[in-house]
Design a protein around this ligand. Structure first.
Ligand SMILES: Nc1ncnc2c1ncn2[C@@H]1O[C@H](COP(=O)(O)OP(=O)(O)OP(=O)(O)O)[C@@H](O)[C@H]1O
Ligand SMILES: [Mg+2]
Length: 560
């Protein structure tokens, strides 16, 4: 078995490390640098060029060069290069492959096992997709760990004797994470995590860009503009003003060249980003609140991520927490170092009696059963695992059937904090069939949620009376993509015609109020989606299920 490497797969930059002689060691890339831009260029023949070298192509071949792909994790969005489509995980896999190659060169041996970090606030789907990227890169993903927790491990390893409350504030290229933890002689006990998956340096670049020019549709101009905006932002972290100069950036309506020359002051920049920067106060307060701590209970504030070099970001953290954040860890390398430490604990190259880690689940996870209320039946979010529960964890709930002779049930799985499931993120659903027909509320269904060390959810469902269980791999792929499908257009899809009689029949049952459990409604929606997506396997399966469900309803109707 190979060694395990730790990888910080970042929005803007990525790093790779491993434990060598009892301490984390970072590996340089092919350009000799420890920090690699998360950029992938795909050549005509489908080969990947990664990092520094790929970044050059952002200006010459923006059509087949990708940056900040981490932001698309789990979105179902497709990326195109040379007429071929790629999912974000495939591009991420190319980046991982390159990093692993750098580690292999550094170690002089083959590597096929890794710990990969993700933002603490990454959703279940985003974690699965990150693990998938690792698999596509030929890696055995030993653990997915949270980035701020990795930073805490790095700090913890060098401060084994300390007993302190620590807040990690990680603002990178694309994400914000705030984690509160207690460090007690090598025991790292994460109390709470909060964050924003869509806030980071990238947003600050975009704000500057908007003040400079609008290159609408001109990819090359857009890349030049982005580069200048980022240069400007970075310069303003150590200077009072910066002059952006972009000769012949665009051509106007008459074909005349347009250049951009503009001096931006630190004060301008701070004003422009003030709202976004201030918004991070909420995450700090929320994480502290969940950890049941006050700002004055904190002894250490760790700043992680390139964007914490921005003076007004530091000022906000200081003003909110009343403590001066000190640069106690390397903001760029600490996450990869922490990932390597986790790897070392798994492979045994570090002693796991010295360093123990507990982490939490950052979101509330639950189901959406039907509940009777004053205004009839409606779906409510039923939390099974409350946010910031220590992981791994396992919780069960018992539900009953809601309709007479109901023989199947669909358990929808949600993640979020709202009592209305529609406001939360749907992770997937589990279909349990073979419930013995009986009067409503007579049969019980047990639902079990298991949340593992990787922050990934496993759902099990069983019929209490028979013990029949479904291997409930929740189907998460495409959940988001589905949201953008307009199912009302299903009839326009190829081959949709032959489904008309079945669909009409189901619609009739629904409109006559017979679909009490809501299963037919859900199955019908899924079937229409599958028809639109031309997913034959799903179509066949859903048609069978829908037919069976209709049959049950009709039978029950006769009996009543
Ligand atoms: N001196 C600086 N001043 C301001 N911003 C900086 C500075 N140095 C780097 N950055 C910004 O930090 C961001 C990259 O930080 P980092 O490498 O920590 O992010 P990442 O790990 O790739 O992203 P994430 O953790 O969100 O996935 C970029 O937006 C970059 O422009
Ligand atoms: Mg990062």
């Amino acid at each position: 078995m190979s060694r395990i490497v730790g990888i910080d797969l970042g929005t803007s930059t990525s790093e790779i490390a491993c434990i060598v002689d009892g301490a984390p060691r970072l590996f340089p890339n092919t350009q000799g640098k420890l920090v690699t831009p998360s950029v992938v260029h795909i050549t005509q023949d489908g080969a990947a060029v990664v990092g520094e070298e790929a970044a050059e192509y952002l200006f010459t071949r923006p059509d087949c060069t990708f940056m900040e792909v981490k932001r698309l994790t789990g979105s179902g969005e497709k990326l195109k290069a040379h007429g071929k489509e790629y999912v974000p995980e495939e591009i991420q896999a190319m980046l991982l492959r390159y990093l692993v190659g750098c580690a292999e060169t550094g170690l002089g041996e083959k590597v096929d096992r890794a710990v990969i970090t993700v933002p603490a606030y990454f959703t279940d789907v985003q974690r699965r997709m990150t693990a998938k990227a690792g698999e596509l890169a030929g890696l055995q993903v030993e653990r997915i760990i949270n980035e701020p927790t990795a930073a805490a491990l790095d700090y913890g390893l060098s401060n084994l004797k300390e007993c302190k409350n620590v807040l990690v504030y990680d603002l990178g290229g694309g994400t914000l994470d705030v984690t509160v933890l207690e460090l007690f002689e090598g025991i790292i006990d994460v109390k709470a995590s909060c964050g924003n998956n869509h806030l980071g340096g990238k947003d600050f670049d975009e704000i500057i860009m908007a003040h400079l020019a609008d290159p609408a549709g001109d990819e090359r101009a857009l890349m030049r503009l982005k580069k200048s905006a980022e240069d400007c932002k970075i310069a303003l972290s150590s200077r009072d003003e910066y002059k952006v100069s972009l000769p012949f950036l665009l051509t106007d309506g008459d074909g005349k060249p347009v250049s951009v020359e503009q001096t931006i002051s630190c004060q301008d920049f701070e004003e422009w980003v003030s709202e976004k920067v201030s918004s991070t106060r909420d995450q700090m307060m929320s994480a502290l609140g969940d950890a049941k701590l006050n700002p004055q209970d904190l002894q250490v504030v760790l700043l992680v991520g390139g964007s914490t070099r921005i003076p007004c970001v530091k000022k906000l953290v200081e003003a909110t927490l009343g403590a001066v954040p000190r640069s106690l860890v390397d903001p760029d390398l600490t996450v990869a170092r922490g990932a390597a430490i986790q790897a070392g604990l798994i492979e045994g190259s570090l002693n796991n009696e010295d360093l123990v880690l507990t982490d939490v689940c950052p979101y509330t996870l639950g189901t959406a059963p039907l509940q009777s209320g004053l205004f009839g039946k409606r779906k409510v979010f039923d939390p099974l695992i409350p946010r910031n529960t220590t992981i791994p964890t396992e919780k069960s709930a018992i539900y009953t059937t809601v309709a007479d002779f109901q023989t199947s049930v669909i358990i929808e799985v949600y993640q979020g904090e709202s009592s209305n499931p529609e406001n939360n993120e749907q992770l997937g659903e589990v279909r349990l069939t073979g419930i013995p027909p009986a009067r409503k509320e007579k049969e019980q269904i047990e639902v079990n949620f298991g949340y593992d060390m990787n922050g990934i959810l496993q759902v099990k469902a069983s019929v209490v009376s028979t013990g029949k269980q479904v291997s409930a791999e929740i189907s998460t792929t495409g959940v988001k993509a589905r949201a953008v499908l307009d199912v009302s257009k299903w009839e326009q899809a190829e081959g949709a015609r032959s489904f008309r009689p079945l669909v009409r029949k189901a619609e009739k049952l629904i409109s006559s109020g017979k679909d009490i459990g809501g299963d037919i409604t859900l199955l019908l929606r899924r079937l229409k989606e599958a028809i639109l997506l031309k997913d034959q396997e799903q179509i066949d399966e859903l048609r069978e299920d829908l037919l069976a469900m209709i049959e049950v309803l009709e039978k029950a109707d006769k009996l009543l």
